[in-house]
Design a protein around this ligand. Structure first.
Ligand SMILES: [Mn+2]
Length: 292
């Protein structure tokens, strides 16, 4: 196995875990792929592409309070075994006061982070999900822990509020579930037409959030290297605007960028994913409520 690169390379002012604001946790999990394969290589490709990022993001230096990159989480064994490893890693980062940043891997990895937060946090938190898919199926291909079920597990097993952005491919059952349970969200058509509610998140949505960013929520013109690309996604600047509206005045307890499935020759997708990770870090540093 290749040694894990630090996110952004060695030029950061601080990479020690106990002094770093962000902990980047690579999770090369790929067990429930339903269409195109390759998500196991996602975290490595993001770390590699991050070496090309500028520390200055145009507005700030998001790395100014440190980014520590942990070794990759072992992804052999059963889904439950992998998820419990993710949970304990995330829990360790939270106990050090850091913001965990998961690099997927398939979308199922999110569940490990959500379990860690749920176990540790005494305050409510909600999930802001960027995704082409609702991921609300009870089971998919016989698997309750498929990437197509991750947000159903968050709803039913962890009882977490959810806001969905960019969803444009879902089953009739998922459509019905969203209606029955009143799951709020913003479709990509509304974003395209500029119909952005203000505030974006509904009144009463928790002040603490976890952001789960499936890269297929973006349009394939931004990131094409993903297992299940769907046309008509969110553009780059709209994604940044929606992230900012989600983060402003809230506290981000953690986030993930998942489902990058690198394709040889398409380094534009890898770089866009790395840049997305760093953009979210910048928005957290500039726009979120300070940690108390
Ligand atoms: Mn997803």
């Amino acid at each position: 196995m290749k040694p894990v690169l630090n996110f952004l390379g060695e030029e950061g002012p601080e990479t020690r875990p106990d002094r770093s604001f962000f902990h980047v946790i690579p999770v090369p999990m790929e067990t429930s792929v339903s269409y195109g394969p390759g998500t196991a290589a996602g975290p490595g490709a993001i770390l590699e592409a991050s070496q090309q990022l500028e520390a200055w993001d145009g507005e700030s230096v998001p790395m100014d309070r440190g980014i520590h990159t942990t070794p990759a989480v072992g992804c052999s064994g059963s889904t439950e075994e992998i998820l419990s490893r993710v949970e304990s890693r995330v829990s360790r980062s939270l106990s050090m006061g850091a913001v965990p940043v998961l690099l997927g891997g398939e979308h199922t990895v999110t569940l490990g982070a959500l379990r860690a937060l749920k176990a540790r946090e005494d305050q409510d938190f909600g999930i802001v999900q960027f995704d082409a898919h609702a991921d609300l199926r009870e089971t998919y291909q016989g698997d309750r822990f498929s990437h197509a079920c991750v947000m159903r597990r968050a709803l039913d097993d962890l009882d977490l509020p959810l806001f969905q952005i960019g969803v444009r491919a879902l089953s009739y059952g998922e459509h019905e579930l969203r209606r029955e349970r009143n799951i709020p969200g913003l479709g990509p058509g509304a974003v395209h037409r500029g119909e952005i509610p203000d505030p974006l998140l509904p009144p009463g949505f928790p002040k603490n959030i976890y952001i789960s960013f499936d890269v297929d929520g973006l349009d394939p013109s931004v990131i094409r290297a993903t297992g299940t690309p769907v046309p008509g996604g969110i553009g780059w600047y709209d994604a940044l605007m929606l992230l900012e509206k989600s983060i402003f005045g809230r506290q981000v307890k953690g986030f993930d960028v998942v489902e990058l499935a690198p394709v040889p020759g398409d380094h534009a997708s890898d770089f866009a994913a790395a840049r997305l990770v760093y953009a979210v870090m910048g928005l957290i540093r500039r726009k979120s409520r300070p940690l108390v």
